[in-house]
Design a protein around this ligand. Structure first.
Ligand code: KG4
Ligand code: ZN
Length: 345
């Protein structure tokens, strides 16, 4: 039975998995770097790439041991080579190329964003294509027409910040720490989502499949600290005000994501929506989408939390390429793309 080792190092998680052609996961390891970046309030690219260098071999080694598999048992090495932080991507790619060369194995290139959507295929345990794919992560908010696992056409996306970036930046303004998304979700539980009037940019424009979250960030800043004031003293904020703002921002982001998802389904005529990426771990967002799916009669797929945030299991999309004979050569390069990651400022 063919086995693939998948490697993921696009941002700040070093991850590997061994998967068989029935898409069964023999082992999966994720080494998070949260504790390194926490003190800077966001991912620091240089620290991320250095941490990947230290972790990549132990992570691969542990993954193989857990699966009880030797390098010689593998049939291919797959690696996410786009998009992401250039230095982080390079570490995974070099590791994958070295193994492919040393073990004389074919190399497979994974698009990290397509892999996020493929997490829905894994979670569903059945085909989920064709579908509308929405990626909501720290670096991206993209909408795709996914005809098949090998055929993704971009339909739209954010014109400035990503949804996760908005969660992270507002969380930092509110003094909630890093990573911001989960912290903001927790704070919002005690807040009133109607307390602050915040914009839902582009939501009324039913021709454009686009998001814009940067104005939301500014609106939050002005309402909390006043227009044009340089200081932002989160420690001075009243805890109830923090909770109310967290709930209000979360509601605004969810409204935008939900509205454009419905628009993409309407425009395409598709009846199936697959959502991937870290923000898909947000509980109120998941609940809202489930309500909408029941109300508007479409099939919804959102992976379990561990498959929403970065991992190597979703690299199982490599089997689609393996079966189609789509291999990369050792000249394969990284493509950082238009990544706007949740970086430290
Ligand atoms: O997909 P991911 O792990 O990494 C990227 O490819 O960017 O997504 C990370 C993003 C971060 O912005 C993080 O704050 C956000 O996902 N996130 C959440 C939640 N969990 C993670 N945002 C809102 N609510 C959450 N529960
Ligand atoms: Zn990701």
């Amino acid at each position: 039975m063919p086995l693939i080792l998948t490697i993921e190092s696009t941002c700040d998680e070093t991850a590997a998995a061994v998967i068989n052609d029935r898409l069964e996961v023999l082992s999966a390891v994720v080494a998070s770097q949260e504790k390194f970046h926490e003190q800077f309030g966001g991912v620091v690219p240089e620290i991320a790439s250095r941490a990947h260098v230290e972790r990549i071999l132990p992570v691969i080694d542990t993954t193989l041991k857990k699966a009880n598999v030797k390098l010689g048992d593998l049939d291919a090495i797959a690696v996410a080579n786009r998009p992401g932080l250039a230095g982080s991507l390079l570490v995974g790619l070099m590791g994958a190329k070295t193994l492919a060369l040393a073990c004389d194995l074919p190399l497979i290139a994974i698009d990290h964003l397509q892999a996020h959507i493929y997490a829905c295929r894994l979670a569903a345990g059945k085909d989920v294509f064709p579908c509308i794919g929405l990626i909501v992560s720290g670096g991206h908010s993209n909408i795709y027409r996914c005809q098949s696992p090998l055929d993704f056409t971009p339909l739209g996306g954010t014109i400035d910040d990503a949804a996760g970036e908005a969660f992270d930046k507002v969380a930092s303004m509110l003094g909630l720490g890093f990573p911001g998304g989960p912290a903001l979700q927790r704070a919002a539980e005690k807040g009133d989502p109607k307390k602050f009037r915040l914009p839902r940019p582009l939501l009324d424009d039913d021709a454009r499949l686009e998001f814009s979250f940067s104005g939301l960030k500014t609106a939050v800043r002005y309402q909390l600290f006043g227009a044009g004031k340089p200081e932002m003293d989160a420690a001075a904020l009243d805890p109830q005000l923090v909770a109310d703002m967290a709930a209000s921002v979360q509601a605004a982001i969810i409204d935008c994501l939900a509205g454009k998802s419905l628009l993409a389904l309407k425009q395409s005529g598709f009846k199936r929506l697959c959502i991937g990426g870290g923000v898909a771990a947000n509980r109120p967002y998941r609940e809202r989408m489930e309500q909408l799916a029941a109300q508007h009669n479409f099939e919804l797929h959102i992976p379990p939390l561990s498959l929403c945030t970065d991992n190597a299991v979703m690299g199982a999309i490599a089997f689609e390429k393996f079966n189609a004979g789509q291999f990369a050569d050792l000249e394969l390069e990284i493509s950082a793309g238009l990544e706007r990651p949740h970086l430290a400022r």
